[in-house]
Design a protein around this ligand. Structure first.
Ligand code: BTN
Length: 255
């Protein structure tokens, strides 16, 4: 797969400090975690395939050759680490919106960081904290299925953009995604989660549905109610409403 020809808009270019591309690597996330942190803006790491891609909760992430977008962004933030918790949600909202606008399918977000079409996973975000002082330094990874082989070894329901009727080319996809991600990082650093929260209901695939949330070692059932101002998942349980800030969520019954 050749080096991508990125065509970025002015907001993304203003945020981009530098970018790197390699045909194959273990994980762009691990590559970015070792990179030099830009004084301002973001450093982007892109790969044509990953041999040891990582998903959330220690899961493996498949990036076969020339079939998916795999990128990580390394950035230092001026705001406190605690306020960065909903960063993945914010970026997911913007990526889903940008892909829809560019002609893609009706992409939704499953809290916290899954990009989905219906109940099938299309992509996901992974946020790693690299340093906490003097400024928080984070690496945000994004994997997006473009046109996976039929025999992709993925142990959950999945889809890709080609199967959803959008055979987008790799360069256009990378450019569209970075045009959404890079300005979102700058805006989040300046203004926090509030500007993104308003758009959450438009992409939320859990709202109103019966869900099962992992809490500690157990699971609790309830109805998803959207998110709190700080990006937690609001759920109405039999005992009353709770806000969950971490954990797995599965949908129990299609509503
Ligand atoms: C998830 O849904 O579990 C998150 C998946 C994140 C995958 C991306 S692909 C680019 C970057 N490099 C990795 O090893 N992981 C992230």
């Amino acid at each position: 797969m050749p080096e991508p020809a990125l065509r970025l808009g002015p907001d993304a270019r203003a945020e981009l400090a530098r970018w790197h591309w390699v045909e194959a690597t273990g994980s762009t996330q691990d590559w970015a975690l070792e990179g030099a942190v830009p004084d301002t803006g973001s450093a982007v790491y892109l790969a044509g395939r990953q041999t040891a891609g990582r998903g959330r909760r220690g899961r493996a992430w498949q990036t076969p050759p020339d079939s998916a977008l795999a990128l990580s962004v390394l950035r230092a933030f001026d705001r406190p680490l605690a306020s960065l918790a909903p960063l993945g949600l914010a970026v997911a909202v913007r990526v889903a919106g940008a892909l829809r606008e560019a002609g893609g399918p009706r992409i939704g977000v499953k809290w916290p960081n899954d990009l989905v079409v219906g109940d099938a996973k299309l992509g996901g975000l992974l946020v790693d904290v690299r340093e906490t002082s003097p400024r928080p330094v984070l690496v945000l990874g994004l994997g997006l299925n473009r046109a996976l082989p039929d025999d992709a070894a993925i142990d959950q329901r999945w889809t890709d953009l080609a199967r959803e009727g959008w055979p987008v080319d790799a360069d256009a996809l990378a450019s569209t995604v970075l045009d959404a991600v890079l300005p979102a990082l700058a805006r989040f650093d300046a203004e926090g989660f509030a500007p993104f929260a308003a758009d959450w209901p438009g992409v939320d695939v859990l709202a109103g549905r019966l869900v099962r949330v992992q809490v500690g070692d157990g699971w609790r059932d309830g109805h998803a109610l959207g998110i709190s101002a700080d990006g937690g998942l609001r759920v109405r349980h039999a005992e009353g409403e709770a806000v969950h800030h971490a954990g797995e969520v599965s949908v129990r019954v299609a509503a």
